[in-house]
Design a binder for this molecule. Sequence first.
Ligand SMILES: [Fe+2]
Length: 145
Amino acid sequence: MSNTVVQDVNALLADYTVLYQKLRNYHWNVTGPFFFGLHQQFETMYTEMAVTIDDLAERVLAAGGRPLSTLKEQLAAAHLKEDSDQPDAMGMVGNIVEDLQTLETSLRAAQNRAAEAGDETTETMLQDLANTQQKTIWMMKAFLG
Ligand SMILES: [Fe+2]
């Protein structure tokens, strides 16, 4: 894995970590008529992301790199931002859609750079993740109407 690809995968690891915590935040703090659906949906998403985060970190390790392992390093490397506000339920879903779209763009760019570097394993992994994000974005947008 080239240095560029290691950097890309580490930045994705950081973004997924920020989004993971945002989903936990929203799982805990969502209120209103959509509580049951969103409380469950956010949990489903962060549970899947915990696996993704581990896969990305171990991809870096398998390639001889060092995964960003502290919150400080991850916050510095992430493109996504934490949410210090308390949005309402629809606002939460809107924020998650925006973050997923940013993530999908980063995934596709990193996938292309992995392909250019001849790193098929990383390319395939990132492509699968981007396709998963794309489907989730559609579902979250359908919820927003
Ligand atoms: Fe819970």
